[in-house]
Design a binder for this molecule. Structure first.
Ligand code: SAH
Length: 375
C-alpha cells in the first residue's frame, strides 16, 4: 500500500509490524511498515499477528519457500529461494548459488536485528553446507533511510563458487557483479533457446555469457556482444569451464555498443540463424515507455533483418512497465517493417523459481519470446 493510500499517519517506528484497518475499521491484517518508502505498508498476513509470533512466521515461510524450490528446480544447483511478495516475505530476496546463499534485505523490517536472526538461522538450517553472503544495494538503503552497510560474508568462508545451470558451468562471486551476479531468472530460457538454436548465432547483451554458453554446444559459431569489459572477462573464463562441450569453436566476445554494432553488421550484410536479444530494462518508469518501445523495436527490427529464413529470434524484455501485449505488438510491427513472416514458437517468462503473484504485476516483469522467421 502506497503512502498516499493511508488515511491517517502511522504512529509506528521504522520497520515495525503494524495492524491495518480499512476506512470502516475492518481488519485487513498485519503488515511491515516503512517510514521512508513510498510503499509504506507491505501486507504480511490477513490475520493480526503479534510481534512475538513474527520470527516463527518468517521461519515457517522460509521453510515453505525452500521446500517449493526443491520440488520445482531441476537440472540446477542454483535458483531463487525467496522472491519477496511471491513467497509472502515482502522485501526479502534470497538466491542459492550452489554452496553460496545470497540474501538481500530491501526494506527496513528485514534490517531489524530480531528479524535478521531468524532469517539467518533458518537459512543455515536449510542450507547447512552453504556460506551466507548479504549483498547490499546502497541506493536501496538510502531510499529506506537505513545507515550504510557493506556487502559481507555472514556465515561460512566463501563468496565465490562455480554454479551449474542446465549442465553449463559459470563462475560466481557474491561480492562482485551486477544484481546478485548471474541471471537466474533466465535459467529455463537458456535451455529453451538451446532447443531451437542452430547455425551461426549472435548473443546481444551477453553479460557473462548466459545465452552464448548455452548456444555454443549446438551452434556452428557464436558471437557475443556486451558493452561491459569486466562482464566479458568473466564470460571468457566461463567459456574455459565449458570448452569441451562446445561445437562452435571459440566464442567471439565483442565489447561494443549493441545499437551501433547491429547497425554496422546489417550494413555489411551479416546474416545469422539464431539471434538472442536480452537488453537491460529500457523502461524504468511508466513515462519512459514510448522511448523504451522505440529502443526495443530498433533492436528487434535490426535482428529480424539479419536472420535467414528458418532463423530463430530469442527476444527478451525485463521492463515490467512493458506488458507482454505491448512487447508482442512491437515485435509484430518490427516483423512487418522487416518484410518477414514470423511465427511465435514460445512465449515465456522468468524461471519457475520466480513465481508470479496475481495482483502484483511487478512480479511478472520478464518476457522472453522465441520466434522463427518463415520467409
Ligand atoms: N543476457 C545476459 C543478461 C544481460 S543484462 C544473461 O543472460 O546473463 C544486460 C547487459 O547489457 C549488461 O551486461 C550490460 O553491460 C549490457 N549493456 C547495457 N547497455 C548496452 C549497450 N548499449 N550495448 C551493449 N551492451 C549493453
Amino acid at each position: 500500500m502506497y503512502r498516499s493510500d493511508l488515511l491517517s499517519p502511522v504512529g509506528a517506528s521504522a520497520g515495525a509490524l503494524v495492524h491495518v484497518r480499512d476506512e470502516r475499521s475492518r481488519k485487513l491484517g498485519s503488515a511491515l511498515y516503512s517510514s521512508a518508502s513510498q510503499i509504506a505498508i507491505r501486507l504480511l498476513s490477513s490475520e493480526e499477528i503479534t510481534d512475538a509470533a513474527l520470527p516463527d512466521l518468517v521461519r515457517r515461510r522460509i521453510g515453505n519457500a525452500a521446500n517449493f524450490r526443491r520440488q520445482i528446480a531441476h537440472n540446477t544447483d542454483s535458483c531463487r529461494i525467496i522472491f519477496s511478495e511471491a513467497d509472502l516475505l515482502p522485501g526479502l530476496i534470497v538466491d542459492q548459488y550452489n554452496d553460496v546463499v545470497v540474501l538481500q534485505a530491501l526494506i527496513q523490517a528485514f534490517d531489524r536485528e530480531d528479524l535478521r536472526r531468524p532469517v539467518l538461522d533458518s537459512l543455515t538450517e536449510h542450507f547447512s553446507a552453504a556460506s551466507i553472503v548479504e549483498r547490499v544495494d546502497p541506493h536501496i538503503r538510502e531510499l529506506e533511510q537505513l545507515p550504510p552497510r557493506e556487502s559481507q560474508l555472514l556465515r561460512g568462508e566463501r563468496s565465490r563458487t562455480i554454479v551449474t545451470l542446465n549442465g553449463v558451468r559459470f563462475h560466481y562471486d557474491a561480492l562482485s557483479g551486477q544484481k546478485t551476479g548471474a541471471f537466474l531468472d533466465q535459467r529455463e530460457n537458456y535451455a529453451a533457446a538451446a532447443r531451437y538454436a542452430h547455425g551461426a548465432a549472435l548473443d546481444v547483451f551477453t553479460y557473462q555469457g548466459g545465452f552464448a554458453l548455452h548456444l555454443a554446444p549446438v551452434c556452428e559459431s557464436v558471437t557475443a556482444i556486451d558493452s561491459s569489459r569486466p562482464a566479458l572477462e568473466v564470460a571468457e573464463q566461463n567459456e574455459q569451464l565449458n570448452r569441451a562441450q562446445h561445437r562452435s569453436g571459440e566464442i567471439e566476445w565483442i565489447e561494443a555498443n549493441a545499437f551501433d554494432l547491429l547497425k554496422d553488421y546489417a550494413a555489411v550484410g551479416h546474416e545469422y540463424d539464431t539471434i538472442v536479444l536480452d537488453p537491460p530494462a529500457f523502461a524504468k518508469t511508466k513515462r519512459a515507455l514510448p522511448t523504451a518501445l522505440r529502443g526495443y523495436k530498433e533492436l528487434n527490427l535490426r535482428a529480424l533483418k539479419m536472420l535467414r529464413p528458418g532463423g530463430i529470434l530469442v527476444t527478451c524484455s525485463c521492463s515490467f512497465h512493458v506488458s507482454e501485449a505491448e512487447f508482442l505488438e512491437m515485435l509484430g510491427s518490427a516483423a512487418s517493417d522487416a518484410g518477414h513472416v514470423v511465427r511465435i514458437l514460445e512465449k515465456r517468462g522468468a524461471a519457475q523459481d520466480h513465481p508470479v503473484l496475481l495482483n502484483v504485476p511487478e512480479t511478472a516483469y520478464l518476457k522472453c519470446v522465441i520466434a522463427q522467421v518463415l520467409h
